[in-house]
Design a protein around this ligand. Structure first.
Ligand SMILES: [Zn+2]
Ligand SMILES: [Zn+2]
Length: 108
């Protein structure tokens, strides 16, 4: 099915390291609303390392797009939903140790 190309990246050791390091550099604070709590009270903090230029079969081979910090943005789930709007896609949600805790599906 669609988006299999990005699933491999999100499951990779390299991406986890990059996402973790990037989130740490942002101090686990949403870059748009500066929300630290992300999903909500009582739940572990979660963040999404969003690709400003979304991954596509054409650009997954480009390290600067996939792993370049210039193309990354740390967002809470609310801002992330707002960014994507009606878009489709699939990204990884991480806990604060940088461990993937699920794949986020963007629906229309
Ligand atoms: Zn936010
Ligand atoms: Zn995103």
């Amino acid at each position: 099915m669609a988006r299999a190309f990005s699933k491999d990246i999100y499951n990779s050791q390299r991406w986890r390291k990059v996402a973790h390091a990037y989130a740490e550099s942002q101090h686990y604070v949403c870059e748009r609303c500066h929300n630290r709590s992300f999903v909500g009270a009582g739940k572990p903090p979660r963040f999404i390392v969003h690709h400003k230029t979304h991954l596509s079969p054409e650009n997954v081979g480009d390290d600067s797009v996939v792993y370049g910090w210039d193309n990354l943005e740390l967002l809470c789930i609310y801002c992330h939903n707002a960014v994507h709007g009606t878009g489709m896609g699939r990204e990884c949600v991480f806990d604060d140790d940088g461990n993937p805790i699920g794949i986020l599906e963007h629906n229309r």
